[in-house]
Design a binder for this molecule. Structure first.
Ligand SMILES: [Zn+2]
Length: 408
């Protein structure tokens, strides 16, 4: 249950660690890193690199990794730049202050896909960390906020913003833990969560910021499909509280042949095993993923991000689902691989950089088009809107531009 905490404080600087003291602590605010499969360390370094002054302001006190370990970037009593905005919700103005950065602690949650799904490890460690902080400052679950509920406009943390019932569950569980009522052996399994929850009649209730496009992304269907099911709704003028029919929608990319086959190509863009399985018409629930994992030789499947990435990669390759002897992992480095990327979109080879910054990096070598390389995560870095893969090169962490590596 206890997570591993590493203190790796940012260097004091005006952009991410101003060293101002918090006036008080009135809330704990959750965020997502908005960068699927990126590591806590990568995000911490992103905050650290802000000290150059070239990439604006921003930081948070803690970052929870995909494996549930936690990096602390700022002491609890210092200001982080995590909820600054030109506007705030009236609730935040009343309960916090006119500048909530001066009275809140921020936790960044890593996640596995663009829908913002968390691994169970990330979810449970965040819960535990949040409860510890609430206790420390005499707060309760009503003092847990999302970046979204502070500023009103940002879809951070996206998973919770788009699935309010899951956010309520998170807060409820935190309250139970605070009062010693929760069964601490029963951790939450994020496999049980649904991105879009429909009521018993198959309707989804529009929340602030929802669009047909957003729903279509979440449901993996065409916008047109949703429009057809809801002829009376004006997509350009959705109102909070309106009901949208979502049940019985068949994923648009689902092949007509229902029989699953590991050689099917499916959705090659997604980094989510759930989306991939749906795209090949395979049941994506946990027990089926567990069965598939066993078939593909992944032992002790728990639904962790690295296991999901591995399963996704094996299924995409269409490799034989006969358990083969696990290869000795190339792990002299101690850096944890979460999968591989294939080099694409270059003439001959991609440059391997020492830092995630196209302009300021040194070349450590190159990797040929079509070759594959292990990755340990991805980071936003600098000077590339697509970000960078963190690759494992000669046992060390290095970087390539995200557009030159395709997750396999
Ligand atoms: Zn945020």
């Amino acid at each position: 249950m206890a997570y591993k905490l590493t203190q790796d404080l940012l260097t004091p600087n005006p952009y991410s660690r101003p060293k101002d003291k918090l006036k008080s602590v009135k809330a704990v605010v959750l965020h997502w890193t908005a960068n699927p499969l990126s590591s806590a360390k990568g995000n911490r370094n992103f905050f650290e690199n802000r000290k150059s002054g070239n990439s604006g302001y921003g930081s948070a006190h803690y970052i929870v990794d995909l494996d549930g370990s936690v990096i602390q970037c700022l002491p609890d009593n210092e200001v982080g730049y995590h909820v600054g905005s030109h506007v705030y919700t009236s609730h935040a103005l009343n309960r916090l202050s006119s500048y909530p950065n001066n009275c809140t602690i921020g936790i960044e949650m890593t996640h596995t896909d663009w829908e913002g799904r968390f691994t169970s490890d990330t979810y449970n460690s965040t819960l535990e960390l949040a409860v510890k902080l609430l206790k420390k400052y005499g707060l309760d679950e009503n003092d847990l906020w999302l970046h979204h509920t502070v500023v009103g406009w940002k879809d951070c943390a996206r998973w919770f913003v788009n699935n309010n019932s899951e956010w309520i569950k998170f807060k409820t569980k935190a309250g139970e833990m605070l009062r010693g009522k929760a069964n601490l052996n029963k951790e939450v399994d994020t496999k049980d969560m649904e991105y879009v929850s429909a009521d018993k009649d198959g309707y989804y209730t529009i929340k602030n910021g929802d669009t047909f496009w957003g729903l279509s992304q979440a449901l993996n269907v065409d916008v047109k499909t949703i429009e057809k099911l809801n002829p009376k709704l004006d997509a350009k003028n959705l109102k909070v509280g309106q009901k949208v029919k979502v049940k019985d929608i068949k994923p648009a990319s689902k092949p007509s042949a229902p029989s699953p086959s590991p050689s099917k190509k499916g959705d090659m863009k997604t980094t989510s095993i759930v989306t991939y399985l749906q795209s090949i018409g395979e049941n994506s629930n946990f027990s089926n993923r567990e069965k598939l994992a066993a078939k593909y030789g992944i032992k002790g499947y728990k639904g962790t991000a690295s296991q999901n990435t591995k399963l996704l990669s094996l299924m995409r390759k269409g490799s034989s689902p006969v358990p083969s002897k696990p290869k000795a992992p190339a792990k002299s480095s101690g850096i944890k691989s979460i999968g591989k990327v294939k080099i694409v979109g270059v003439t001959n080879a991609a440059i391997i950089q020492d830092v995630p910054d196209r302009r300021a990096s040194k070349s450590l070598g190159s990797i040929a088009k079509g070759a594959t390389i292990e990755i340990s995560g991805s980071v936003k870095g600098k000077n590339n809107t697509r970000g960078y893969w963190e690759v494992i090169y000669k046992g060390k962490r290095a970087y390539i531009s995200a557009q030159f590596g395709k997750l396999i």
